[in-house]
Design a protein around this ligand. Structure first.
Ligand code: GDP
Length: 482
């Protein structure tokens, strides 16, 4: 009957086209099964192969997660102090809590993709507030690393000179990836994949090192970078990536929406704001303003940049400065602009502009900004809740403007499936010309990719090797999937 096909459709929407597992408790994480009510159906469909891979991963995580017998077995190797690993039933990648919230959302997703590709179980260091911000993504198990994890206290001291750092061991010839098949490996390795990593750490992105790492039961990873584009350049991963993501640009779009569900506290922030200020507008525009400049804002050159971008790209109607336009409609078309910024100044100017003058189209423009926190305060709970809520709210827009270099904006564009207009990074406090440009794809940019040809053992421009991995629009040396 049409009723049951309608129900099936709603069920399919609710699970984001099969991306989400069904049957998880709804009350403890309302956002998981309510997000479809706030989002338009994505134009990117998850492949059946991806869906089956996710379901298999969920089984794996349930079988190997914290507290299970294979987990305890694998832990024994860490506790024993043995120098060399013996094969374990389950292997793990541990994500270390590190960096700003936007970065963390991207790196957890990248680490999860790496877990899928390398057949590992992902465990997330809860850090100060991961449990406060994100629900459990996998049914009947936990992805959070237990507090009594034996290496926990070492995390903050892990660095590029740690004796078990992958890059350090390569440098000191304590590991030899060319003999990967016979080489003995330790029970755990620390992977330093932060923006400041060195040429040895970067060998993570070479096939022979992956063969070596395959034998290590525990990989402990620290990164503040979305390293997915470079996974495409590892031949042993490439084919699997093609199968998982036939629409290449939707990697973070799918993985982020699959993994990262706002907790009820954050969902309250999102839904209350949306319903109060955005829901009834005819069109929603998100504008994310992030400046990386010295000194107090708002900066006049950034104000000019926003206006120039909006006008050139026709994102908002022009105002009639002569105030000669008079709307005749009692109920004009309305546009809600959601501005996010640490500074209140930019949205103040826009709000004033659209109050003081009519638009030439007769449309009305409302400007809304949920918070203006002044500066980054990543250690504060409520601050991060608001930051997460704002990234999510931006992603509910119909059109999106983001700031160059900002992972905050990448999260919004990825979740929303929106190709943003990027406000280019100003130099010398001058408005760039053009002020903004359209992104090539919705994928985030990898800010610090390696430029190394693993086979030829020489430097190479990794942004010119394959058509689907290119240099980013906002960072010329970055890489992104397009
Ligand atoms: P990135 O530095 O822009 O790449 O983004 P991150 O999210 O990694 O770090 C920036 C942090 O600054 C955020 O996590 C917030 O804590 C804060 N922040 C920056 N912009 C905003 C904003 O528009 N709204 C809120 N609430 N916080 C922001």
């Amino acid at each position: 009957t049409s009723q049951s096909s309608e129900n099936a459709e709603v069920a399919n929407d609710k699970l984001l086209g099969g991306l989400l597992p069904s049957g998880m408790d709804e009350a403890s994480c309302l956002s998981r099964y309510q997000s479809f009510m706030y989002r338009k159906t994505s134009s990117f469909k998850p492949s059946t192969y991806l869906i089956s891979k996710l379901r298999k991963y969920e089984e794996l995580h349930k079988r190997c997660g914290p507290g299970t017998q294979p987990y305890n077995e694998a832990l024994k190797q860490l506790k024993s102090g043995n120098e060399t690993a013996v094969p374990t039933e389950c292997n793990y990648v541990v994500w270390i809590f590190y960096s700003g919230l936007g970065n963390r959302i991207l790196t957890v997703s990248a680490a999860y993709l790496y877990a899928l590709l390398s057949n590992r179980v992902l465990l997330v260091d809860p850090g100060t507030d991961m449990t406060d911000l994100f629900c459990e993504p996998f049914p009947s198990t936990s992805w959070f690393l237990p507090q009594n994890f034996p290496l926990y206290k070492k995390f903050e001291n892990f660095n590029q000179k740690s004796s078990r750092c992958h890059g350090f061991m390569l440098k000191k010839n304590l590991l030899n990836a060319t003999k990967a098949s016979t080489e003995e490996v330790p029970p755990y390795l620390y992977l330093h994949l932060g923006h400041d990593y060195n040429d040895h750490d970067k060998l993570f992105f070479c096939d022979e090192d992956q063969t070596l790492l395959n034998k290590v039961p525990w990989l402990i990873m620290r990164t503040d970078n979305y390293f997915v584009p470079s996974l495409y350049l590892i031949p042993s991963f490439e084919e699997e990536l093609f199968k998982l993501f036939p629409e290449k640009v939707a990697i973070f779009h799918h993985l982020g929406r699959y993994l990262l569900h706002p907790t009820n506290e954050v969902w309250g922030l999102i839904t209350r704001y949306y319903n109060a200020y955005l829901a009834r507008a005819d069109e929603r525009i998100g504008i994310q303003i992030r400046t990386f400049e010295e000194g107090p804002g708002p900066f006049p050159h950034v104000n000019d940049q926003i206006l120039s971008c909006i006008s050139k790209e026709k994102l908002l109607p022009e105002v009639d400065k002569d105030d000669l336009s008079f709307g005749s409609s009692k109920n004009p078309r309305s546009i809600a602009v959601l501005v996010t910024s640490l500074d209140a100044g930019y949205s103040d100017s826009l709000r004033e502009l659209y109050w003081e003058h009519p638009t030439v189209t007769g449309e009305v423009v409302g400007i809304f900004q949920p918070s203006h926190e002044g500066f980054q305060q990543s250690h504060k709970k409520n601050h991060n809740r608001k930051a997460w809520a704002e990234m999510y709210l931006l992603s509910l827009s119909d059109k999106l403007v983001t700031s160059a270099w900002s992972t905050f904006g990448y999260v919004a564009q990825g979740f929303g499936g929106l190709k943003p207009w990027i406000l280019y990074k100003p130099e010398d406090k001058k408005t760039p010309n053009p002020a903004c440009g359209r992104a090539m794809s919705i994928e985030p940019c990898f800010h610090a990719p390696p430029f190394w040809d693993c086979k030829a053992k020489t430097g190479i421009d990794t942004g010119k090797l394959v058509p689907h991995v290119r240099h980013c629009e906002d960072i010329s040396w970055g890489l992104k999937v397009v």
